[in-house]
Design a binder for this molecule. Sequence first.
Ligand SMILES: Cc1ncc(COP(=O)(O)O)c(C=O)c1O
Length: 436
Amino acid sequence: MTDTKISLPESEIPTHFYNIAADLPTPLPPPLHPATREPIGPEALAPIFPAGLIAQEMAQDRMIAIPDEVRAIYRLYRPSPVFRARAFEEALDTPARIYYKSEHVSPVGSHKLNTAIMQAWVNKQEGVKRLATETGAGQWGSALACACQLLGMQCMVYMVRISYDSKPYRRIMMRTYGAEVIASPSPQTHAGRAILAEHPDSPGSLGIAISEAVEDAAGRDDTKYALGSVLNHVLLHQTIIGQEAIKQMELAGEYPDILIGCHGGGSNFAGLTFPFLKDKINGSRKALRAIAVEPAGCASLTAGKREYDFGDTAGSTPLMMMHTLGHTFMPAPVHAGGLRYHGSAPLVSHLLAAGLVEAEAYHQGEVFESAVRFARCEGTIPAPESAHAIHSVARHALEAREAGEKKVILFNLSGHGIFDLAAYESYLTGKMDPMA
Ligand SMILES: Cc1ncc(COP(=O)(O)O)c(C=O)c1O
């Protein structure tokens, strides 16, 4: 029997990030200035991002070196193991072989720490003292809070109101790491005050919280803004996931037929799939499928339009060409808070339009049914976001059974759900709206 847990030594922590921009069949449409609608240059991003990250955002080099100091911090939890989900396969009675990359083993419980560490490091190199950000469910905020603390920086988090109230443990976690946390919309920014004036009980959204954090960073000399998904440099940092997974699948003697990741802004999906997609783009693995899975209540890839739109609700960010539900879209209050974003990564949108990746959307009732089944087989309780990927895996495994095909499926377990137990309780007690 092959190993259930496929590990790599620390020496196999990737030395470079993989930049898919170098291999795209057609170039990515550039971001546009919100007022002039002309392509923006690096100077337009300088008030909120450090030069090193702006350079990565626009880079065309295929491989970008990871600083040794960042690789040293990655040793806290990387390389993350790949597991074969044997008990889940048995429960599904499928001939498919199911593997998962376990990003939930990071100290904060998700893949978000991969980019948080790199972003904090680059900012620190450029003399930035404080980072401002938004967070939905709290995964990204706790990752940035942890990274800032590890690198001796301050962290300011605007947390979407609905999660601030319903997820106290993530809030406490961020404060334990020394971050300042405030509910969004907040009275502290113009953007927050404008929303509160119209909707005093607003549950908030990622788009609103982004407006607040951007405003905070633009208004202070010591502060820059950090985003946990969507942008090219964030997806770039996550490619260490797929690079490790390629080696681990080789050790298992397998090559995946189907790659699956949940999709909020696109970073964990991109992190797992982009290093593999290089082979699909160059024609050596034409049959490889990469599937992004989103909630039916916020289905930017499957129900949105690909057009230029703002990244935030107030319309202060550059316009990006992406699949979007519109920047004023108010997502259903699904438990997968990290997937409640109106847009999607321009890179993932571009690949979807080119037919190189696919997208699926599911309702939260069916997603939690698969999540509970997975937890009972494999032990790990998945984050509600990651559970979307698990539900898709289950469906493809059942399709493989019907077709009598021994498909190899690899998915990204982007985070654990230990701080999301209230969502599990609402599912287990029948209180969840299954069709949201
Ligand atoms: C565990 C987990 N998975 C996935 C996501 C979605 O983000 P992305 O699409 O950037 O991976 C989040 C966002 O907060 C998350 O916390």
